[in-house]
Design a protein around this ligand. Structure first.
Ligand SMILES: *[C@@H]1O[C@H](CO)[C@@H](O)[C@H](O)[C@H]1NC(C)=O
Length: 178
């Protein structure tokens, strides 16, 4: 009886201390962004390749495993301009575990407006360039939104946002509610 009481209290304490998982993304390397400023022509295009890692920090979670489910896609952008995308494999972090997976996001001949190329070139020169990364999964209604991920920097935190699947807008422009 006493033993069960102790186990019960221990479980209470550990669950009250449990913390949800954090998702994070790091850009570990990039090629194809060196000639940003010098790119010329009518529609100069870029073909960047990003090495990135997606991390699940579940170290504070004593209750549940946390996962990136299904086939996910990481999209890298800068100031709303698409730079590249790539697949992220499904993986999980067990209770109190940290796991990460590497992925490659790339773009071929992407056109980035000049004002953004110039801004990015300046940030690259100062070693301050940061991009935005979104990880979407086919099999969940959640998207990881990771803002200001510094190139070559530490893992940056991601917010988890719900994706509401909506029906197409009605012809008169009003949105129909399902
Ligand atoms: C990206 O990762 C690949 C494979 O690990 C490696 O060979 C390559 O050098 C990396 N590139 C950069 C720019 O970090």
């Amino acid at each position: 009886m006493l033993i069960w009481f102790v186990v019960f209290i221990a479980a209470m304490i550990s669950s009250s201390k449990s913390r949800d998982q954090d998702y994070m993304v790091a850009i570990t390397g990039v090629t194809g962004l060196d000639d940003l400023a010098s790119a010329t022509g009518d529609e100069p295009s870029l073909s960047p390749v990003f090495n990135l890692t997606v991390r699940i920090d579940n170290s504070g979670n004593t209750l549940h495993r946390a996962c990136v489910y299904g086939l996910s896609t990481a999209v890298v952008s800068y100031g709303d301009a698409f730079l590249g995308k790539g697949s992220v494999p499904p993986f999980c972090a067990e209770k109190e575990e940290v796991q990460e997976r590497a992925a490659t996001a790339w773009g071929q001949g992407v056109v980035v407006p000049q004002f953004l190329r110039e801004r990015l070139a300046g940030e690259m020169k100062r070693g301050e360039a940061a991009v935005d990364v979104q990880v979407t999964s086919e099999s969940t209604d959640r998207v990881l939104v990771c803002s200001e991920v510094k190139i070559g920097g530490d893992h940056a935190p991601c917010r988890r946002e719900e994706v509401y699947r909506r029906s197409a807008p009605a012809a008169d422009g009003s949105t129909a509610s399902a």
